[in-house]
Design a protein around this ligand. Structure first.
Ligand code: BGC
Length: 462
């Protein structure tokens, strides 16, 4: 019998039906996306009015748009995931920037240790970097901007405490301490010629970085291990804080923390039983529900959950699971990328991932096709949800008619197959031909460059 007429290579009725149902569960129509965006706009409005909203809308105290003409040399420290990255940023004016950079691994232990340990590690990293760029003996201290990709309770450009740890960080002993001061103390212990001038959320940094070369960028969004967006808001609209504003046009960057959308009203998020399970079993149930459907930290775990469910129903791998498959977070998002990219007739790369890495003894072509479909559904949904969230921010600022550059960055946006195309398709469904008014650009190294720009702004204000 040839392999094509082998029964193993044809989906059973049960498999076809189950896949159809799964498709229904993960599918999001244009209407559903618009609906979700409308709810997000409402929640963003509430977030500007009170401290108790689904979308926190955190103040950044960045009030000065870069002009792109600033010059100088600044240090940046970026903590976003498994690395601390240090950058020496040269601003050349005319929107031109050059950097030298190094990254230092944040171990899994450190992500769950005391704050003092993390600070010591960061100060040591600054020390190594100064040696690398031969700046350890400079007479004039270097100004440093600190970008950290977690929600910040900010009261000034150089004063912020962690609102909460997200993703896989669970640092203890942070309380309400000002991170900029803690870092400065760590740096002083090592007698390094560095002054911490500013602290920003990573996405705020991305927006500043994009602004330096594209002045009218209104919004920056990140789809990476986590997801978030920051945008320029009119100061007079930020009602929850008494900010003195000199004129009506004055603006401040708001860190939306859109990852939290749905936390207080999950009914606005079209969640599947797989999303519910992931949330329930996560280290922070009930927190960052939107992020848990979109970002790189969670996509693989959703797939794993679907796979295990199909195995339990004997619709996949002949009902065989493995220790690897049963281990939470063992299915990395990079496997999903490789699976989506596998267009070979026999799906060899998928076979390698499922059999050699996840240890499933044997897969049929149908098994591999099903796993590929899971990845397509879940990857597609993440891109469409991101498009809806971007459209919410655009709507909030009423910016569509005037046209606007939008900055997007992050490993998922930049490296997950077809993510930008899927996101653009969804935006086209939302906006029709007006999509031409939105000009999406990628910001490379935005977190770090933006932190340096925040330090520059802090120095200029002095
Ligand atoms: C954090 C944000 C961050 C985003 C992207 C989220 O988990 O809450 O502050 O910007 O991840 O790294």
């Amino acid at each position: 019998m040839s392999s094509t007429d082998n029964n193993e290579n044809i989906k059973t009725k049960e498999q076809t039906e189950a896949l159809g149902l799964l498709h229904q569960e993960f599918k999001l129509s244009a209407e559903e996306l618009k609906d979700l965006a409308q709810h997000m706009v409402v929640e963003m409005g509430k977030g500007l009015q009170s401290h108790n909203s689904n979308v926190p809308m955190l103040l950044s105290y960045v009030r000065h748009h870069p002009t792109g003409q600033e010059k100088g040399e600044y240090l940046a420290l970026e903590v976003s995931g498994s690395y601390a990255r240090l950058l020496l940023v040269q601003l050349h004016g005319q929107g031109r920037i050059s950097t030298r950079q190094q990254k230092y691994r944040i171990t899994e232990d450190l992500k769950r240790d005391a704050m003092s340990k993390l600070i010591d590690f960061l100060a040591q990293s600054v020390n190594s970097f100064l040696r690398f760029v031969k700046k350890q003996d400079v007479k004039e201290p270097l100004a440093l901007g600190f970008s950290i990709s977690f929600p910040l309770n900010q009261t000034a450009l150089h004063h912020a405490s962690i609102g909460r740890w997200t993703k896989d960080f669970e640092i203890t002993g942070t309380d309400d301490k000002n991170l900029a001061s803690l870092l400065q103390e760590g740096i002083e212990k090592l007698k390094l010629p560095v002054v911490v001038k500013a602290i920003v959320n990573g996405t705020v940094g991305c927006l500043l970085a994009h602004n330096y070369r594209s002045l009218d960028t209104l919004l920056a969004c990140t789809v990476s291990t986590g997801t978030n967006a920051a945008y320029w808001e009119k100061t007079e609209k930020i009602i929850k804080c008494n900010l003195e504003s000199k004129d009506k046009e004055e603006e401040m960057i708001i860190d939306t923390e859109w990852g939290s959308f749905g936390d207080k009203s999950p009914e606005h998020l079209p969640r599947t039983c797989y999303d519910n399970r992931l949330n329930r079993e996560s280290i922070n149930p009930g927190i960052h529900l939107f992020e848990k459907m979109v970002s790189g930290m969670y996509l693989g775990e959703i797939i794993r959950s679907v796979i295990v469910d199909f195995v339990d129903r004997r619709l996949l791998f002949n009902g065989n699971s493995t220790k690897e498959m049963n281990t939470p977070y063992s299915f990395d998002v990079s496997y999903m990328s490789a699976i989506e990219l596998d267009n070979s007739d026999d799906l060899k790369d998928i076979q390698h991932i499922v059999e050699a890495i996840m240890n499933v003894p044997k897969t049929t072509l149908v098994d591999r096709q099903m796993v590929k479909s899971f990845c397509e559904l879940i990857g597609q949904r993440a891109a469409r949800l991101t498009a809806a969230a971007i459209s919410a921010v655009i709507e909030k600022r009423g910016a569509l008619e005037t046209g606007l550059p939008v900055s997007v960055e992050g490993t998922i946006y930049e490296h997950y197959p077809n993510f930008p195309e899927r996101m653009n398709n969804a935006m086209r469904e939302i906006y029709g031909p007006k999509i031409a008014n939105i000009n999406i650009g990628v910001t490379k190294d935005g977190n770090g460059i933006g932190a340096a720009l925040a330090a520059m702004i802090a120095c200029t204000k002095e």
